[in-house]
Design a protein around this ligand. Structure first.
Ligand SMILES: *Cc1c(COP(=O)(O)O)cnc(C)c1O
Length: 389
């Protein structure tokens, strides 16, 4: 096995680490998939926004800020293979999911079933149940994506799936799955929270109908940064969302009495969006675009492969697909005292994530992580587990 030092020296993305703030007391940040690090450019951009744009431009700033939801949306669109006009930055992932579930219900008004994974991220499950209750849907829960054929049929309206499973790190085949959902005439709603910014995604190529994603994970947009959503062009004209405020109209300053929705994805907006949050998202997205998603994916595979090798040789129980092509950018360790393991690590400056009941999740964010940081984190993890066993 090459040393971490050798791998860092040969890493084409190594210089990106210096574009992030890393001067805290954290010795190994294994949680960049939950809250990405702060880009140096974002710190400067937000300071400038507060002092110059907000402080001096005052309301005149809206001439520029008004287009941020679709401008930053289009920049995210380029990362996920979605043509301009189909993506906006808005709300939180949860609220975007709520809106798109309703859009899906409207697009398949003659059908009455929604499909969701049993262990989907909790907010996804809750919102599916909530929207199902108001739209008269029956919820069909599948243990795993591979069980979809058991439930898909002519009653299926919408299928909600995460591209990468937040617990196991399993990467699903977005193209093939979308095709199988389309084969029964249903709509796909993809949750890209754990895949956007860390692997190549081609929504248009796959014909993906609807999608949502986070910006504070691998896109490094900051705590509470607004989410994004995608509506495929062919559905836009019929996309009816439930919170159709003035920002969903073609020209909000026209102040018309009669409601008319915008023709592009801005029709999914509701009210005044968070400008500081969108500027931070823009900086994070630009860093990912500059590095290139292909290069990020290559480093991600190298990081997760090394993590698995190190954990295997230490005799820990690894939870992650063994095949790199089926793996996102995280690896988990199963341990009956996972909560204590995580707490002991945090006390030593190593920050992973505890996922109940028994997983220590190690998220590997390629732009901000070095191989040296990975080795440091795993060595301390192994030490802490040995001390507890
Ligand atoms: C992180 C995450 C969310 C977060 O939703 P918020 O509305 O931003 O709190 C939703 N779904 C998945 C799959 C996630 O990983």
């Amino acid at each position: 096995m090459p040393t971490a030092h050798e791998l860092d020296a040969a890493d084409p993305l190594a210089a990106f680490r210096d574009r992030f703030v890393t001067d805290g007391d954290v010795v190994a940040y294994l949680d960049g998939n939950s809250l990405g690090r702060l880009p140096v450019a974002t710190r400067e951009r937000l300071a400038d926004f507060v002092q110059r744009e907000w402080g001096r431009d005052l309301i005149r700033g809206w001439e520029r800020w008004v287009d941020l939801p679709s401008q930053v949306g289009d920049e995210i669109g380029r990362l996920v293979g979605s043509a301009p006009g189909q993506v906006v930055v808005a709300d939180s992932t949860s609220v975007c999911l709520f809106k798109l579930l309703h859009v899906g219900a409207g697009l398949r008004a003659d059908r009455d079933e929604v499909v969701v994974e049993e262990h989907a991220f909790p907010t996804d499950r809750y919102l599916v149940d909530a929207v199902a209750a108001t739209r008269g849907w029956t919820v069909r829960v599948v243990p795993h994506v591979s069980d979809l054929p058991d439930v898909l049929g002519e009653r299926t309206a919408v299928v909600v799936l995460s591209q990468v499973d937040y617990r196991t790190g399993e990467l699903h085949d977005l193209g093939a799955t979308t095709r199988s959902v389309h084969a029964v005439g249903a709509i796909t709603l993809w949750d890209l929270c754990h895949s956007v910014g860390v692997l190549p995604i081609d929504l248009d190529g796959a014909g993906a109908d609807l999608a949502v994603g986070c910006t504070y994970k691998y896109l490094n947009g900051g705590p509470g940064a607004p989410a994004f959503l995608h509506v495929a062009g062919q559905h836009l004209a019929d996309a009816e969302q439930p919170v159709r405020g003035w920002w969903s109209t073609p020209d909000l300053f026209a102040m018309t009495d009669a409601y008319r929705p915008a023709q592009d994805a801005r029709r999914m907006l509701s009210g005044t969006p968070p400008v500081a949050g969108m500027l931070a998202v823009q900086e994070g997205v630009r860093l990912v675009a500059e590095a290139g998603v292909e290069a990020i994916r290559a480093k991600s595979v190298a990081l997760t492969t090394r993590a698995i090798d190190l954990l295997d040789s230490a005799g820990l129980e690894v939870v992650a697909p063994r095949e790199a092509a089926r793996r996102g950018s995280q690896v988990s360790v199963r341990h009956p005292r996972a909560r204590e393991v995580t707490a002991a690590l945090v006390a030593r400056g190593v920050v992973p994530d505890f996922r109940p009941p028994d997983l220590v999740r190690i998220g590997l964010s390629p732009l901000t992580m070095s191989f040296d940081e990975l080795d440091t984190g795993i060595a301390l993890l192994v030490e802490v587990v040995r001390a507890l066993d």
